[in-house]
Design a protein around this ligand. Structure first.
Ligand code: DHB
Ligand code: FE
Length: 283
C-alpha cells in the first residue's frame, strides 16, 4: 500500500523559473515571492517522497494545440525538458516511474477515466517551474521520480472542476492500492487568477484567490461545484488552471492540515499562490 504524504498547490509562472535560473531571486522585485516559499521548501526538504505525481498542463510545447487530450498520463522512463523557444531551462530531465504510472493508468481506466497515454513527452514550464518551487537546487537530479498527469485547461471545453476532483479521488484510490512505492507527494499546479490576453488581459482577483487558498484545505467541494465559466469569470481565462489543484486535493484525505501558504501579486501577469497540505493529520 502506498500513502499520499503531502499535496502542494503552486503557480507555474515561467518568470519564476527564469528568476531562479538567472540568480536574481534576492532582488527587491523577487524577494517577497521567494521569501514566501521558504517555509514550504524547508518542510518539503525533510519530507521527500518515494515518488511524486505532478498534475499540470502543457502550453503547446510538448503536445500540438490541435490534439490536446483532456486527461493524460506519462508512462515513460524519462521526460526531457522542452525548449520553449529561448533554450531549455538549465534543470535536470525528469525520471518517471513506468510501473507505478501503468498501475495508475489501469486503475483510472477501470474507474471510468479514459486516459491518453504518453510514452514520450517533453515537459514545459507548467512542469519544471513547480519542481523548482519545490526544489530550488536539484543538482543533477530532482529529489525523486515524477509521474506527469496532464489536464487540458487551454482548449474549450476544459473538464469541469467536479470531474477533476473526481479524478483526484480515483487517483487517491489507485495510489492506495499500489504495493511498491511507499510515500507519494502530489503537486497540483497552475493559477492563481490570471488572464494573459483579450479584453481583460492583466485581470487578477485576490479575493477569489484567497477564498480558494482557504477552501482547498477546508471546503474543496465548494471549489469543485464551480463551473468552468465561474472559473473564467472569477479567475480569468488562464485562471481556470486552478482546477488542477482539485486533482491533487481529491487524492488526499477529507481532513488535511495546511503546513504553509503564500500569496504574492504580481509575478508577471499572474497571482502566485502556494498551499502545502499535510495528509497525515494524526502524526
Ligand atoms: C504566465 C502565466 C502562465 O500560467 C503561463 O502559462 C505563461 C505565462 C505569466 O503570467 O506570464
Ligand atoms: Fe500557464
Amino acid at each position: 500500500m502506498s500513502e499520499v504524504i503531502w499535496g502542494l498547490g503552486t503557480s507555474h509562472v515561467p518568470s519564476i523559473g527564469a528568476a531562479m535560473d538567472r540568480g536574481v531571486t534576492d532582488e527587491p522585485v523577487w524577494a517577497p515571492l521567494f521569501d514566501g516559499y521558504g517555509p514550504a521548501r524547508e518542510w518539503l526538504a525533510k519530507n521527500t517522497p518515494d515518488v511524486a505525481i505532478l498534475v499540470y498542463n502543457d502550453h503547446a510545447n510538448g503536445v500540438d494545440l490541435d490534439i490536446v487530450p483532456t486527461f493524460a498520463i506519462g508512462t515513460a522512463e524519462k521526460f526531457s525538458v522542452a525548449d520553449e523557444g529561448f533554450g531549455r531551462r538549465p534543470v535536470p530531465d525528469v525520471q518517471g516511474d513506468p510501473d507505478f504510472a501503468f498501475h495508475i493508468l489501469n486503475n483510472l481506466m477501470d474507474d471510468g477515466f479514459d486516459m491518453t497515454v504518453f510514452q514520450e513527452l517533453d515537459v514545459d514550464h507548467g512542469f519544471t517551474v513547480p519542481l523548482s518551487v519545490w526544489t530550488p537546487e536539484p543538482g543533477d537530479a530532482w529529489p525523486c521520480p515524477v509521474i506527469p498527469l496532464m489536464v487540458n485547461v487551454i482548449r474549450y471545453p476544459q473538464p469541469t472542476a467536479a470531474r477533476c476532483y473526481a479524478l483526484g479521488k480515483a487517483l487517491g484510490k489507485a495510489i492506495e492500492s499500489y504495493t511498491e512505492a511507499q510515500t507519494v507527494g502530489i503537486l497540483g499546479t497552475g493559477g492563481m487568477s490570471h488572464q494573459l490576453a483579450g479584453a481583460r488581459a492583466g485581470f487578477i482577483n485576490p479575493e477569489f484567490d484567497k477564498m480558494f487558498l482557504e477552501a482547498i484545505e477546508n471546503d474543496p467541494e465548494k471549489l469543485a461545484a464551480l463551473s468552468r465559466e465561474d472559473y473564467i469569470r472569477l479567475a480569468g481565462s488562464e485562471g481556470i488552471e486552478l482546477i488542477m489543484w482539485l486533482v491533487m486535493r481529491g487524492a488526499m484525505n477529507a481532513e488535511v492540515r495546511t503546513v504553509h501558504s503564500a500569496y504574492h501579486v504580481p509575478a508577471s501577469n499572474t497571482a502566485a499562490g502556494l498551499a502545502l497540505l499535510d495528509n497525515r493529520t494524526d502524526v
